[in-house]
Design a protein around this ligand. Sequence first.
Ligand code: FES
Length: 145
Amino acid sequence: MYSEKVMDHFQNPRNVGEIENASGVGTVGNAKCGDIMRIYLDIDDNKVIQDVKFKTFGCGAAVATSSMATELVKGKTVQEALEVTNKAVMEALDGLPPVKVHCSLLAEEAIHAALWDYAEKNGIKIEGLEKPKTDISEEEEEEEY
Ligand code: FES
């Protein structure tokens, strides 16, 4: 059911933890399953993501996608990090079963929320970044399980 990469990132998740005094922190929840993800970003003066950590209270697919998402954004600029969509994360993991696709949205949303927090703290605007939704229940309701 799961690819080897998903199993690997689930069993050995990368970048688990917290960053003290992080440049940006984003917490998002999946209203349907109640799972929660928090991402911490450490961003330098050149707007490059130097470090990233995450905490996920969620299913295996949520853990694996958060782990892969943190690997993908590390070393990128904030602008490049916006391109790390849930699709990109799923591709990097060699796919997810259809019923688990929504779990990968948590990682994308959490990164966006952390970038938004960073932008607000620094009074800057990140082009293409939209204010994160705190409640994603409407989208979820249209999906079938
Ligand atoms: Fe909730 Fe996967 S079932 S995030």
